[in-house]
Ligand binder design. Sequence first.
Ligand SMILES: *Cc1c(COP(=O)(O)O)cnc(C)c1O
Length: 353
Amino acid sequence: MSYEPKRADLSVPVRVNLYSDTQTRPSPAMKQAMMEAETGDEQGGSDPTVWELCDRTAALLGKQAAMFMPSGTMCNQVAVATHCRPGDEILAHQDAHIQSSEAGGPGAISGVMIRGLPGNRGIFTAETLNAAIRPLSRYSPPQTLVEVEQTANKGGGSCWKLSELREVARVAHAHGMKVHMDGARMLNAAVALGVAASDMVADCDTVWLDFTKGLGAPLGAVLAGPRDFIGEAWRWKQRLGGSMRQAGMNAAACIYALNHNIDRLAEDHRNAATLARAMSQIPGIEVETPETNLVFFDNKATGLTTSEFAARLRPLGVSISVSDTYRGRACTHLDVNAAQIDGAIAAMRQVLP
Ligand SMILES: *Cc1c(COP(=O)(O)O)cnc(C)c1O
């Protein structure tokens, strides 16, 4: 088995890239900001642009300190390693990215277990959490961390409401657990709900933002939390090889994204709503009503698997992602405009039997 990605066939250009918001390209203005960035040695503390990004993100999130990382996955792994000790148990939704899509990192790196909780659309309730908490006992793994994903990716890009986050955090903290937010698309939720980012994460001890999703930067994520936590997390960043050098060029792209690409997420949400409405009118497709920029659908009644559906769309220049045999995802982002959405709909109608 080789785990190396297949080289993409680029001979047919992708005209409408609904595969993921990770596919956004840095815009000319973002590249200009990167070119002009002041840089230094990030791991030596002398890159002023990285410090600026960390300070800006910490302020945005209302946290004491922040650190720049190469990826969101590394933010999750460093956070878990810093919060937990081997033998600990993390409580997270059973479909959480940290559980299904990070190559077993929590077990491999930190020696922790994850207990998957059920819940609609990727969101579990305070009652469900409460029921999963065991009395302290010599037999039980220490339950030290609750992880929430905002927005819940496999849940359909769904948003935890502020009240739901508060309740879950109250239960966690009452039992001496910390709360960590996988905020890969947290700003999508903040924009969709009209809640300030700092209010959204006020009850989470630690949180990170991905700059390579809807924010449109080529690389990077920022993990934020209490100063002593970030101080300790630096050892894990170093240990995992996440300390960088002239990272200011990438930090400049992230600062550009903070300045220009947050409010416009609302446009992605409008495009997703349009896409969902139009897809729901295609015979055989059932659409989950989107809350943000992810449109999940079931195409079983078309008679095609989602892989077959995706394979028929690709020669027409439309790319979608396959989640399951009959479940797919179309994702809007800053490189997809309303006209391209119309083009994708036309292509879907064309390829279906
Ligand atoms: C993309 C994603 C991650 C991982 O982020 P990378 O920057 O790709 O490593 C983690 N959690 C969720 C919910 C994601 O969507």
